[in-house]
Design a protein around this ligand. Structure first.
Ligand code: ATP
Ligand code: MG
Length: 466
């Protein structure tokens, strides 16, 4: 961290970790320009190389306000570097209150933006195949941005559409026909995922672990019962729309045009005036499971993402002395090629080097809070809280902890806690791996356990809630 990946540019923050690499924030010393750099490692595998090229190629086609733009790519012997529009506003799950959801006005606004993005993709024959809150990001102005085209594919070329047959995506969001490993139409499968996202936004929980009739939650939905959470939290109009989107029959499922004509979509909602503080709703553990489905799709059950917890230890040398101007917004690049060199060395930098970089910008997220304690006490209390909650914690360095647990669905969850000195001690939590809503749930529990440390007088640096 903190190294110049090309002269004049510095990596200042790890934004996310994926199955094959990392996404880092790079900021230009002079121009204050920010880019997100998605670093995907080659692994010598031909199929993997082809997949990377496909992701790059699809990302290159996209030019829409609700889709992350790509400015360019670089590659060296180890990795491909995708230079992406920086989404400074965090991820969608960050805005979802566990078990509650979000203000319907915002849910509708974001769902409309999602439909615009998906409609754009469909018009170009692109299926995303992994739509979920972890892949829906926000810019500085609270606009939704579809990200992560790692599983995307082309389903229509020169007007000729093909069926898809790969079983890929993420279990709770995947459509039943995809899970069944049948050849299927591309568009209804993405629409289904959007329906699950809408449930998450409106109710703060996912409807099922996977759309399998072996699961009672899904079975009861197929029997058109909506008397149990999350569906019993929804109003009649949203439920009516969801019945058409989460239609198990892909051929009768609503398409984008029909969704846009639905009364819920068209109705004028008003913005809630003041959102309450986190309600800290907690539910008892539920020993069910889901995992991410493989792109190759041969075996649904055998796949899970590699454990990332031991990764990037030395890279986590974040700046711990961030100046108070760190939250000023910065510009997106106009012509990245003028600013980049052809070689991208990726050497490690020290913490002191990093603190010298003048641009220290944090992605704005809500999973952070100021504490009144000093660092030693905060660390002690954090460790104690983790023990009480049964979370495993590992010290990465003096300022960073990795926390792992299984969520209430029994799926693996990993996140990072960084102690940042930004005019006070800030505890910053970032998802590394697992489900975003479950991560938010864990964050809420930890915050509750650290209640006596939380500095209620200080608003954490984050985007005002949309
Ligand atoms: P996975 O396959 O595990 O979903 P991935 O390797 O495909 O991950 P992405 O989903 O593209 O990688 O990125 C991982 C995370 O990095 C995102 O969830 C997000 O938190 C962060 N991220 C990605 N792109 C950007 C961006 N342009 N701006 C800000 N943050 C980003
Ligand atoms: Mg992703």
């Amino acid at each position: 961290m903190g190294s110049a990946f090309i002269e004049g540019w510095n990596f200042v923050e790890v934004l996310g970790e994926g199955a094959y690499g990392e996404v880092k924030l790079a900021v230009n010393d002079v121009t204050n320009t920010a880019v997100a750099v998605k670093i995907i490692r080659w692994n010598g595998d031909k199929q993997r190389s082809a997949d990377i090229r496909k992701e790059v190629c699809i990302q290159k086609i996209c030019n829409h306000d609700n889709i992350i733009r790509m400015y360019g790519t670089r590659e060296d012997a180890t990795s491909v570097y995708m230079l992406l529009e920086y989404a400074s506003g965090g991820e969608l799950f960050d805005r979802i209150e566990p078990d509650v959801g979000m203000d319907p006005f915002n849910a509708q606004r974001l769902f409309r933006q999602l439909m615009d993005a998906v409609s754009y993709l469909f018009d170009r024959g692109i299926a995303h195949r992994d739509l979920k809150p972890e892949n829906l990001l926000f810019d500085d102005y609270d606009n939704l941005k579809v990200a992560d085209f790692g599983l995307a594919t082309i389903f229509r070329r020169q007007g000729v559409e093909r069926d898809l047959d790969k079983c890929c995506g993420t279990y709770p969001y995947v459509a039943p026909e995809v899970l069944a490993k049948r050849p299927h139409k591309a568009q209804p499968a993405d629409i289904w995922s959007c329906g699950v996202i809408l449930v998450a936004m409106l109710a703060g929980e996912l409807p099922w672990d996977q759309p399998s009739v072996d699961l009672v939650e899904y079975k009861s939905w197929t029997e058109r019962k909506s008397t149990k959470p999350p569906f019993n939290k929804l109003d009649i109009l949203s439920l009516s729309l969801l019945k058409h989107i989460l239609d198990p029959n892909a051929s009768t499922r609503f398409g984008i045009a029909e969704i846009k004509e639905h009364r819920w979509y068209k109705q004028r909602l008003t913005k809630a005036l003041i959102r309450g503080k986190s309600q800290n709703n907690q539910s008892s553990p539920d020993p069910k499971r889901f995992r991410t489905l493989p792109e190759s799709g041969e075996s649904v059950i055998s796949y899970s993402q590699p454990d990332m917890t031991s990764r990037s230890d030395s890279r986590e040398e974040m700046n711990h002395n961030i100046s108070s101007d760190h939250l000023a917004s910065f510009s997106q690049p106009i012509d990245i090629d003028n600013m980049l060199l052809s070689q991208i060395p990726c050497t490690q930098g020290s913490s002191s080097q990093l603190s010298q970089t003048k641009m220290q910008r944090l992605v704005k997220r809500m999973t952070r809070f100021y504490v009144t304690a000093d660092r030693d006490q905060a660390v002690d209390d954090l460790i104690r809280a983790c023990i009480q909650l049964g979370y495993n914690q590992k010290k990465i360095n003096a300022y960073t902890f990795s926390i792992t647990t299984t969520d209430r669905r029994n799926s693996y969850l990993a996140f990072r806690v960084s102690l940042l000195d930004i005019d006070g001690l800030l505890l910053d939590f970032r998802l590394s791996k697992g489900d975003g809503i479950e991560f938010k749930r864990c964050f809420t529990k930890l915050k509750l356990h650290l209640d006596c440390l939380v500095n209620d007088d200080r608003e954490p640096p984050m985007l005002s809630q949309c």
